[in-house]
Design a protein around this ligand. Structure first.
Ligand code: ADP
Length: 182
């Protein structure tokens, strides 16, 4: 099943697919990176494995040139896509879930900043994972709501924002968030 929401003028159409983000034929894929930019587990590890060493080399160069202390939470930066079908990878650092502090604005910032970088790259199609909902522990339904609300309300020239959900549970959370906004 696929769910689709056509974007209002100036925003991206949203498409949900179940699958592996590393296999997507899009202009750019978004990586749920960590601030070191030097790789990690989850979707980050999968992207570096599939894309090959060129991505890590580009990340190391970014660390050396602009991000000595790492990329801040909620920010985004692009590298080559290496061997991926995607021309570029947009690395963004999601917030770790906190039960005591509301970090929603930082999670929203990841989606907004990724679209801003995608615009700089002239990307028409961008694939997103469910940022922060894995190792970083964000509850799926809430992470999905923030993702959908933010992309729906962000002005961009990107035509298609494709959420690539790794399992049924993530897919269902995003489908529910999409229905809630209709
Ligand atoms: P974070 O540290 O931001 O939580 P994770 O990589 O642990 O990042 O998880 C983010 C989401 O990405 C989770 O929902 C996880 O199931 C999903 N995920 C893991 N591997 C892939 C993949 N290859 N394609 C798409 N999504 C993936």
């Amino acid at each position: 099943a696929r769910h689709l929401l056509s974007g209002r003028p100036g925003t991206a159409a949203i498409i949900l697919v179940r699958g592996d983000i590393t296999e997507q034929w899009v202009d750019a894929i978004v990586n749920a990176a960590n601030s070191s930019l030097l790789g990690g587990g989850g979707v980050d590890g999968a992207i570096h494995r599939a894309g090959g060493p060129e991505i890590l080399d580009a990340c190391r160069a970014l660390r050396a040139s602009h991000y000595g202390k790492g990329l801040r939470t909620g920010q985004a930066v692009a590298t080559t896509g290496g061997r991926l079908h995607a021309r570029s990878v947009i690395h963004t650092v999601g917030p770790v879930w906190s039960a005591t502090e509301d970090r929603s604005a930082l999670l929203a910032s990841c989606y907004r900043e990724s679209l801003r970088v995608a615009d700089q790259l002239d990307a028409n199609t961008v694939a997103f994972p469910a940022i922060s909902t894995g190792i970083y522990g964000w509850p799926l339904d809430d992470g999905a709501r923030i993702a959908i609300d933010t992309v729906r309300n962000t002005e961009t020239a990107v035509r298609e924002a494709r959420f690539v959900l790794f399992d049924d549970r993530a897919y269902e959370s995003f489908a529910a968030a999409l229905r809630a906004g209709e």
